[in-house]
Write a protein of this length. Structure first.
Lengths: 270, 256
């Protein structure tokens, strides 16, 4: 009984510690925003920096009512979703094919790593030339950024399946599909999700780079107009909206990850 | 070389050969627009013409100085911030999620702000590249110094090591591998973000020249620039990973 009491005390201590951590983090962020507000109100040149309160106002009065900006934002959400879905599907398939035999892995994995190392920004003009100024170029560019982390994580995940498990499953009469479904895939999930998280960041990077490069339409047009007119409040509001979109997409991946790992551990428990 | 290694090399060479043949074939038969994909000969010609011009070397110089300055700033700021944060468990728990969370949203978003603050000259690219490279360096510095084995530190202290001795002989060697890998990642991020910044908005530099060649519809020249960038990146990558392998091999020897 004394043990459980001490344990509870320890647990309470941990809880108190983490709530202190969270509060400090919250206060730091709040202090930063307040400092920015004071600086923006008093010292800053309004042509370059506006206080957060002005940015929020610009969001409600300039960004939100403008249907063209809202449709540009909606379009970039669509592009990110499409590019990410394509990266995941093609990345998993290509990764599985490459890691299916030792020979193809040794042959193609270095090639994939080599392609991964290419600074893809230098290819933007090519994508625009090939796919035009519309969403297709942005989706393609996001896809080309997002697919490599998925392929690499699938290959590394497949690579470290303990051979003993595979042999065990086979000797108990599992089919190849059964082995992939029940042995290889569950083992791959943690590594896969590291790749999926990175792929989300990369996909968004690709889409946003292409959006900013094409400055005649979409997000790139509005950021250019706001920046050229020294109108920072709506610019910051637009950038803030995109950052919020990015955070939401990241959150979705994390929720999916928790769901999957939860399922995995409950299967284990059974 | 074993049999599979040999076959793997064969696959790689075959892949590159197929790639080259497809390029040659599609341009020779005229099935792909010359604007989109010029023939290999034209790109080679444009490349050899490009490297002899002074314009090429001045663009390379601009980009190189931008990268070096951005990387230098990121290195100093990232290691300093990371080290200071790593000194306290509480600070790590408070600040590390903020730094890591910032790194998961594409910092490219804020590029228009850099242009607004620093203009379209070299300054905005330095600030942008430095900001991008700061995060992996800071995160890896935190991770490397926070995970030093407590036993080593206690042993060093109990044997009478001074603070500086501990820092020099325990902290640095055990943090170095993770620190170095952060520096490598940050370098390539810095490289790519400076190039990207130049492509988006600049007056000079390699990225600007790629965008300019595309705007002028000079595909062969654009491909020549892209080839230069890609080859440089791959060479640097091989050099740095080779250097890292060499270092870790030496460390393993010293360990025994």
């Amino acid at each position: 009984m004394a043990m459980t009491g001490r344990k509870r005390e320890e647990c309470n201590g941990r809880q108190a510690y983490w709530s202190r951590v969270r509060w400090t983090r919250f206060i730091i962020v709040l202090a930063l925003v307040a400092a920015l507000e004071i600086y923006g109100q008093s010292l800053a040149d309004p042509a370059f920096l506006q206080p957060p309160s002005e940015v929020v106002r610009a969001w409600f009065f300039t960004v939100l009512p403008d249907t063209r900006i809202m449709s540009a934002l909606g379009m970039s959400v669509f592009e990110i979703a499409c590019a990410y879905a394509l990266s995941v599907v093609f990345g998993v398939v290509i990764g599985l094919v490459i890691s299916s035999t030792a020979l193809s892995r040794q042959g193609f994995y270095p090639l994939i790593l080599l392609l991964y190392a290419v600074p893809q920004v230098s290819l933007i003009p090519l994508f625009v030339l090939a796919f035009g100024l519309g969403p297709a170029a942005k989706i393609a560019f996001g896809f080309s950024h997002g697919i490599f982390p998925v392929i690499v994580s699938v290959i590394t995940g497949m690579n470290d399946v303990p051979a003993l498990y595979v042999r065990g499953a086979r000797s108990m009469g599992a089919s190849t599909f059964g082995i992939v479904r029940h042995v290889v895939f569950p083992n791959m999930v943690p590594s896969l999700f590291v790749g999926l998280r990175l792929a989300m960041t990369m996909t968004m990077l690709g889409v946003i780079l292409a959006e900013l490069y094409v400055s005649t339409a979409g997000i790139g047009y509005f950021t250019r107009v706001f920046a050229e007119n020294y109108n920072p409040a709506p610019l910051f509001a637009l950038i803030g909206s995109l950052a919020a979109i990015a955070l939401i997409f990241n959150g979705c991946v994390r929720v999916a990850e928790r769901q999957w790992s939860g399922m995995r551990s409950s299967v284990r428990a059974n | 070389m074993s049999r599979t290694a040999f076959s793997a090399r064969l696959i790689q060479l075959g892949f590159i050969a197929v790639f080259g043949a497809a390029w040659y074939w599609s341009t020779a038969t005229g099935s792909v627009s010359k604007l989109l994909l010029p023939e290999p000969g034209a790109v080679w010609l444009a490349f050899s013409r490009l490297v002899t011009t002074g314009q090429f070397w001045s663009a390379v110089k601009v980009t190189l100085t931008t990268i070096m300055q951005a990387y230098g700033i990121a290195l100093v700021a990232g290691i300093l911030a990371g080290y200071l944060i790593s000194r306290s468990r509480f600070l790590i728990d408070v600040l590390e999620p903020i730094v890591a969370g910032f790194f998961t949203i594409p910092i490219t978003l804020f590029f228009p702000m850099f242009i607004l603050f620093f203009g379209i000259g070299i300054g905005s690219k330095i600030a942008y590249g430095a900001t991008y490279a700061f995060f992996p360096i800071a995160l890896n510095t935190i991770a490397s110094f926070a995970n030093v084995d407590m036993h080593f530190l206690r042993a060093a202290r109990s044997m009478g090591a001074s603070r500086w001795d501990t820092f020099q002989h325990v902290l640095i060697p055990s943090a170095l591998p993770v620190l170095l890998s952060g520096m490598r990642i940050a370098f390539f991020i810095c490289f790519a973000s400076v190039l990207g910044g130049e492509t988006l908005s600049a007056v000079a530099g390699v990225g600007r020249n790629i965008a300019l060649a595309a705007e002028l519809m000079e595909s062969a020249r654009m491909y020549a620039w892209i080839a230069f960038v890609v080859l440089t990146a791959i060479t640097l990558n091989l050099l740095i990973s080779g250097f890292e392998k060499h270092l870790s091999a030496r460390r393993d020897v010293a360990w025994q």
